[in-house]
Design a protein around this ligand. Sequence first.
Ligand SMILES: [Zn+2]
Length: 390
Amino acid sequence: MGSCVLRRVNHWRTTMVHFDMLCDECRSRFTPDPMRYGCDCGSALDFAAPAPPIAVEELASRPANMWRYHEALRIARPEDAVTMGEGMTPLIRADRSDHDLRLKLDFTFPTGSYKDRGAAVLISALREMGADAVVEDSSGNAGAAIAAYAARAGMRCVIYTPSGTSPAKLDQIRVFGAELRLVEGDRQATTEAVLEAAETTPYASHNWTPYFITGVKTVAFEIAEQLGWRAPDNVVAPAGFGSILLGLHLGFSELRRHGITDTTPRLLAAQAERCCPIHVAWRAGADVVDRFVDPRPTLAEGIASTRPIRARQVLDAIRHTEGAVATVTEDEIADGVRALAREGIYVEPTSAVVVSAFDRLVEQGVIRDGDLTVSILTGSGLKASGKVPA
Ligand SMILES: [Zn+2]
């Protein structure tokens, strides 16, 4: 073996140590393995070691996409990442509020949702580990994102989704060449159906593996950079499984730990009143999130999760940042779509929960005069055409 190759292998081995995963519950530790998505005890995994800092001083010379932060993305060879140049989505001022409200346009990703942040990093990591096929379960957007990046990576892909998913999302998954398995029942039934497939094929789960949240944390890096390396006072985001809240918490915590920003924002979660397990647990002061007992169909299909896998971490993130949870009604969700449309912004109902949630949190005094608040707009309106009357 030539010394150059040897050096590269040693570098890879040294780097991979940073990718060891740790169970928060039972403290089991695992080396990276494409078949390993969770702990044997049933808990999700996180990386054992903190991520290295982003290279702030080098950003000026790098492309305006999320890979400018590659040092923190747990990918050994970022030059080989599976990417479409995604990220650095616009952060604009909202017209409709007297408050300083900014909108992060994360529906402008290649597949029309913020899930591309996680999919780009997760599929890059799985390919780096040698995977040539993936399975995934999704209410639609994560499935479309995984299907897109799997197509780009040349991987075989099977996506499980609830049978009631919006036709536009199903078409998108099919056109990317993924095999689609429709599951009767609620979102939880879909999650349970994929686990059998995950015994023989790598499970590209946006809820289990820490790679997905690692990609999503770039939304925090972008917001801070776009604000001149400052964290906002509040961030409002839709919460289903809570991956965007976990990504925000991870990203802003890393920026503060590395002395890049001075503060972290309060995390304000928005849920549909018809399916709001995190709200129930948060209001009760509970440590665990119980399965939501009586979910009803909601326009916000992307966050209709009755039992989020990382729910305790989501609650911890909200409490740790002195955040809050707000719920919105179906009428308010539809009003939210129309309110944003009046500013020229077309999002899907799942994204529009942040509009009425923001108003409610202002009424409740959670969002205060003089605060700088960022609302994350997560998915394109084209994903759910026909769902909201004009
Ligand atoms: Zn464990």
